[in-house]
Design a protein around this ligand. Structure first.
Ligand code: ADP
Ligand code: MG
Length: 337
């Protein structure tokens, strides 16, 4: 049984540009993460990655579907299980300066979760020393405020704060996007090492394909709140099938460089990210039914009448799933070795 199971997860935000409308930021998203594996969500800004991550953390109301971590399930988790859930599932976010309190020492901020969870003083000091060692932070920095550390050190503090409760699942939402390139590599190395040494399961969110290629065991591509393609990075990056993934990968700078700075004929940059799908809600009424049809249809070179029905994720190989009516026709057999 997979450790993390996300089934038909749908999240809506009230409001949006139109009064009385709501934004469906995640629509029937389903995927699993096996224990000790890293699943990465990729996609452009606004595609719904953080929404899925925050729903998995229990930070957003779930409109439909469910998330399950081990035996713990949302929505509808009993109060008696909520403390256990908050210990088991921890997060690291993009901007460590926003995640940390500027007025408190970083040492206190690493220790604080242990206080909240009622761990006694001696044990707290032992666990803080242990976690600082794991994230390779010098204990002498602990009396400093966040502003007195470098960006990389601050993100290590956030990782220490997340790991001090010994969670099983770490949700990392763009954890290196605010860091210099050289620092990014050290933090990614650290997360990979910690995953092995701590037996962590990881949901990793990033818009950066190169980062994802480095960390992920499985990749899910999001577009307009949907998961449109899922597979192991080697297969998905070598043989993308969904027309959106193809365009997204064609716009990755490192790939353009590797391919001599030429973009395939007719392949512009990906279309502007759809800002969720807005659904007008009549006052006092229940939310309207979910929008129908393939969300990529208006941008797709291959679209036809079939695409008026929303395609489910379907297998194109043993490990590779695509939500596209044309998937089987578009799937190319892997190149001969
Ligand atoms: N708190 C919010 N209220 C209303 N709309 C939101 C809120 N947060 C995100 N959205 C909208 O939901 C969609 C998905 O956002 P998000 O999950 O943050 O995407 P990503 O992380 O892929 O950039 C976007 O259209 C965004 O504008
Ligand atoms: Mg985001």
């Amino acid at each position: 049984m997979p450790y993390v199971r996300i089934r038909n997860l749908t999240v809506r935000y009230p409001g949006g540009l139109l009064r009385g409308s709501e934004v469906t930021a995640a629509h029937k998203v389903s995927f699993d993460i096996e224990r000790n594996r890293c699943f990465a969500l990729v996609g452009e800004s606004g595609s719904g990655k953080s929404t899925v991550a925050r729903a998995l953390l229990g930070l957003l109301p779930i409109a439909a579907g469910s998330v399950q971590v081990g035996e713990l399930q949302l929505p509808g988790m009993p109060r008696t299980k909520q403390l256990e859930f908050r210990r088991t599932v921890q997060a690291v976010f993009q901007d460590p300066l926003l995640a940390l309190n500027p007025r408190l020492s970083v040492g206190w901020q690493v220790e604080e979760p242990l206080v909240i969870h009622g761990v006694p003083g001696d044990e707290r000091r032992r666990r803080v020393a242990e976690v600082l060692d794991k994230v390779r932070l010098d204990a002498s920095l602990m009396s400093r405020r966040p502003s007195q550390l470098s960006g990389g050190q601050r993100q290590r503090v956030c990782i220490a704060r997340a790991l001090v409760l010994r969670p099983s699942l770490l949700v990392a939402d763009e954890p290196v996007s605010a860091l210099d390139l050289s620092v990014q590599a050290t933090i990614l190395d650290l997360l990979s090492d910690l995953r092995k040494s701590e037996g962590l399961t990881l949901l990793f969110v990033s818009h950066d394909m190169d980062v994802v290629r480095f960390v992920a065991d499985e990749v899910g591509v999001m577009f307009a709140g949907r998961l449109v393609e899922v597979g192991p990075p080697a297969e998905l990056f070598a043989s993308p099938v969904h027309p959106y993934t193809v365009r997204l990968l064609a716009s990755v700078p490192s790939r353009l460089l590797a391919e001599g700075l030429t973009r395939p004929e007719g392949e512009g940059p990906p279309p502007p990210p759809l800002a969720g799908v807005r659904v007008a809600v009549p006052p006092g009424d229940k939310p309207s039914p979910s929008p129908t049809g393939c969300p990529y249809q208006p941008h797709c070179l291959h679209a036809d009448l079939k695409c008026a029905t929303e395609p489910p994720l379907a297998l194109v190989s043993a490990t590779h799933r695509v939500a596209c009516c044309k998937a089987l026709a578009l799937a190319r057999p892997p190149a001969a070795p």
